[in-house]
Write a protein that binds this ligand. Structure first.
Ligand code: 5GP
Ligand code: ZN
Length: 111
């Protein structure tokens, strides 16, 4: 837990948010500034500043195994997942999070 981290506060329910999924290790909630009709974030409850900080493979499994559970619940079959790591890659919140976006067409390559 990092006391100044907004996503730790969301995971600990110190800040109210509409959690769309929660299990022992992971929570998911809708992005404040959605980039697609569906846009939610999946985070580990434990604080890791970025993908570079994750030190156990279980953490990857916990995050990524949650995603298809959530998309199935939302009846979403096609979606984009994004992880921004570091400022130049667009990371603005330094608690690892996976963006999951759906409900529109996405271009590739991404800009
Ligand atoms: P990043 O740019 O770090 O990859 O993504 C951070 C994401 O978190 C952004 O899409 C931003 O809209 C979202 N975000 C930032 N602060 C909050 C917040 O307090 N609540 C929610 N639900 N999303 C947030
Ligand atoms: Zn945090």
């Amino acid at each position: 837990m990092s006391s100044e981290c907004i996503f730790c506060k969301i995971a600990n329910k110190e800040i109210p948010s509409n959690l769309i999924y929660e299990d022992e290790n992971v929570v998911a909630f809708n992005d404040l500034n959605p980039q697609a009709p569906v846009h939610f974030l999946v985070i580990p409850k434990k604080h890791y500043a970025s993908l570079n900080e994750i030190d156990t493979n279980e953490t990857f499994a916990q995050i990524f195994s949650a995603i298809p559970k959530i998309t199935k619940k939302l009846n979403i079959k096609e979606y984009r997942t994004v992880i921004n790591t570091g400022e130049s890659a667009g990371q603005t919140v330094f608690h690892i999070h996976v963006h999951v976006m759906a409900g529109r067409n996405f271009t590739w390559p991404a800009g």
